[in-house]
Design a protein around this ligand. Sequence first.
Ligand code: PMP
Length: 316
Amino acid sequence: MAITRPSPYVWIDGELIPWDAATVHVSKLGWSTMGAVFEGISAYWNPEQEQLYGLQFSEHYARLLNSMKLMRMEQKFTVGDLVQASIDLLRANEVREDVRVRPLAYHADGTWFGGLLDSATSVVITTAPFTSSLGTEPKLRACVSSWDRISDNQLSPRVKCISNYQNSRMALIEASMRGYDQPILLNTQGKVTEGPASCLFIVRNGIAITPSLTSGILESITRQSILQFCRDVLEIPTMEREIDRTELYIAEEVFFCGTGAEVRGVVSVDDYVVGSGEIGPITTAIESYYHDIVRGRESRYDHWRVPVYSRVGQSR
Ligand code: PMP
């Protein structure tokens, strides 16, 4: 997603830098061995409380550090440092709307073969406004991709490494050229994995089922949250297991979930109509409860949110 409106500041390696000054020399763009990992994080504005709620910042930065570790990148910052950096940046940018927080850690010296292990790593965080789809009930038409999902022993889907997203990109382009909104990727065993940038649930016999963490998926924070609140609050039975392709075609409901995707219902897969062809009741219940949590209208999962402004109505 292109950044349409620049924010006043960008955070780079511990400093807030004005947007226009945050440049990188072309020689640092890297070469084929360059590594870069990222996160997609959201913060939601609550107009009644005049508060911006950072969503699961610690969980996202813990995953970023895992991605860096797996890519053998030098780690200069802790989860706590990066959570604080995000809060500082959102305050400096005086954000009062729904916003994405985008950290990227990359090999800053563009090292070619040799010296890869001591290649210096930089961390950059930017913010950009977005329009939430929560409450709008988008109805997606999905297809099964002809591209297999990358697997753990190749480029692991567990890592949010930018190279992995070429696999997502190919699947997304193919789906859109064929007239669908989103692809669903299978693993090399032919089992369902996830979307290009979201996890997936199907509902069968009233049970919300999602591929297990070893199916070849990202360890999604939203997927985990949904599993938890279905069990704790909504009393919707859940299951993590392998899912066959044909189960997509006879499921009562199918939906994507993710920080960016939020909760989006799928009304057909490969032109097989899902359920009644409308968004089903379990998807609606999950979407609406998720919306209450992220916007700070539900207090049960307060620990998932970080209030960005220390006192209500105060911007710094
Ligand atoms: N799978 C992929 C490939 C993704 O890029 C994302 C978005 N980060 C997800 C799943 C959903 O993960 P999360 O709920 O942590 O945003």
